[in-house]
Design a protein around this ligand. Sequence first.
Ligand code: IMP
Length: 192
Amino acid sequence: MDLVFATNNNHKLIEARQVLGGNHKILSLNDINCDIEIPEDFDTLEENATQKAQFIHNKFGFNCFADDTGLEVYALNMKPGVFSARYAGIDCNSQNNIKKLLQELKSSNNRKARFRTIITLILEKEILSFEGIVNGKIIEEFRGKEGFGYDPVFIPEGYNQTFAEMPPSLKNNISHRANALNKLSKFLSLHY
Ligand code: IMP
């Protein structure tokens, strides 16, 4: 079936197509000529993902899904969480966000963190959510050039490389989003 993924983030699209692309056609916002800034103004990942999916469904009528992700750091009471994109301020980039994170963790021995993704699917008016988590730790310096966001400082449990040092195909197999996408894929294969 055709499913719109409410994103233009190329990394996310590649991940989604890697998991779902064999059985479904995954369209981006560009593919449906949507250049509107989709609102994302709630305080939880769940509400933001649902808001984004509902926005696309109401405006364009497509079956669709949207994701929202946060980096949750244990020593920072699970912050930045839903505010991960604008941790260092509204106009800041990933490098600024990482610098702030490393500064906040400077005096902490507890480097434990996780990425958590919520995907909300709207299919024939039904609304469903899928959660994906990857546990790991925050290292003290930037390592690697792949990926995006906090990838250069996040090492997933069981590995020695940051997400940004791994081949994208490996990250896309084990990531928080891959976990949520696999649940979505399983749901679709059982019901459609
Ligand atoms: P989004 O709203 O789902 O795009 O995620 C919010 C922020 O979390 C992004 O701006 C990134 O900083 C971070 N983020 C999301 N997914 C990833 C990832 O796979 N790796 C690293 N950072 C990520």
